[in-house]
Design a protein around this ligand. Structure first.
Ligand code: 13P
Length: 330
């Protein structure tokens, strides 16, 4: 399949992406909060629970995996990649090597992982993976983000995207503007505007085909420590206006991250955005690429216990169904 077709398939009608690519450090944080033992078998069991949930293929087009998971098998001893492929779900891989201190700045970060990326992608493609993810993180404080931080992160995102496409892998381009902070929704919009401008400039300069990427932004929303919140309608209106002004029409799809939003918000705002998108006859598919938004409630039910697997799977599928409905504006 061409990368253009893969990108389209990832954002196909009714479906979205499951982000199950938490690094060992990140999943340890989630396990710790629920007193789940931190070990490889529990990480495998958790991913097994998600990926073997009955009916997942109705709602999920692709799953972003972490390197460890690509080498693991399901309880039935089938590799997770083969299991997904048997359900017509695409497998993807987080290829960035997380945040590192940005040289020349004491406060900000850069996402690393470009060294050896081509070689890693060749191996991943051989294993059956068809798309990748790279997350740049832009944090808002009174003083930041700096133009420097936005600029180097955008450059690296575009380098990654160009390298992926050259290897026949679809890049998910994720310029996440962090929800943490006291900022207003208008500040979030202003920062996202700067970030998108730079990111699309870099993508174009580095000859990335915009019709063969999936964009994974955060929603424009007030900081999690700002009590002043607008209505769902107003938030959705700001988001759709932002997309119309800042995302080229060639991009086939926008798959939002959930970024620590409440479960309710991640559904209600996505639904409203899609309703407005229909009214405005926008050209992109607007869907989800949620990690916590799909997993948190189910993990809370599971807590590492065998006897909770079935009930946790039911909760997970319910969240997938809700996100799928929201992504259709329903
Ligand atoms: P969240 O939906 O939990 O933000 O995770 C999505 C993701 O892939 C972050 O990089």
């Amino acid at each position: 399949m061409s990368i253009k077709k893969i990108a389209k398939k990832l954002v196909s009608k009714k479906k979205g992406i499951l982000a199950a690519d938490e690094s060992n450090a990140t999943i340890s944080k989630r396990f710790n909060e629920l007193s789940i033992n931190l070990n490889e078998e529990n990480r495998r069991s958790w991913r097994n629970l998600l990926l073997t949930s009955q009916g997942i293929e109705e709602f999920i087009s692709g799953v972003i995996l972490y390197d460890e998971t690509t080498h693991q098998n399901s309880d039935n001893n089938q590799s997770f990649i083969n299991l997904l492929s048997s359900k017509n779900i695409l497998s993807g891989i987080k290829v960035d090597k997380s945040l590192h201190k940005l040289a020349g700045s004491n406060e900000e970060n850069i996402t690393e992982g470009l060294d050896g990326l081509s070689e890693r992608l060749i191996i991943y493609k051989d294993m059956g993976l068809s798309f990748a993810k790279w997350r740049a993180l832009i944090v808002i404080t009174e003083e930041f983000p700096s133009d420097y931080c936005i600029s180097v992160n955008a450059h690296a995102l575009a380098r990654y995207a160009a390298i992926c496409q050259e290897q026949g892998i679809v890049p998910i381009v994720e310029p996440e503007v962090f929800i943490e902070g006291k900022h207003s929704i208008y500040k979030s919009k202003e920062v996202n505007e700067k970030v998108f401008k730079k990111v699309f400039m870099e993508l174009q300069e580095q000859n990335v085909d915009l019709d063969s990427i999936v964009l994974k932004p955060s929603m424009i929303i007030q900081g999690d420590k700002n009590p002043d919140r607008l209505s769902v309608e107003k938030i959705a209106e700001i988001n759709i206006e932002f997309l119309l002004n800042n995302v080229p029409y060639e991009v086939p799809g926008i798959a939002y991250l959930s970024g620590g939003m409440s479960d309710d918000d991640s559904i209600l705002i996505l639904r409203k955005i899609n309703q407005y998108a229909k009214e405005k006859a926008t050209q992109w598919e607007i869907t989800f690429s949620y990690g916590r938004g799909l997993q948190s409630a189910a993990m809370y039910e599971w807590r590492g216990k065998k006897e909770n697997i079935m009930s946790a799977q039911k909760i997970f599928i319910k969240r997938c169904r809700q996100a799928s409905m929201a992504r259709q504006g329903l």
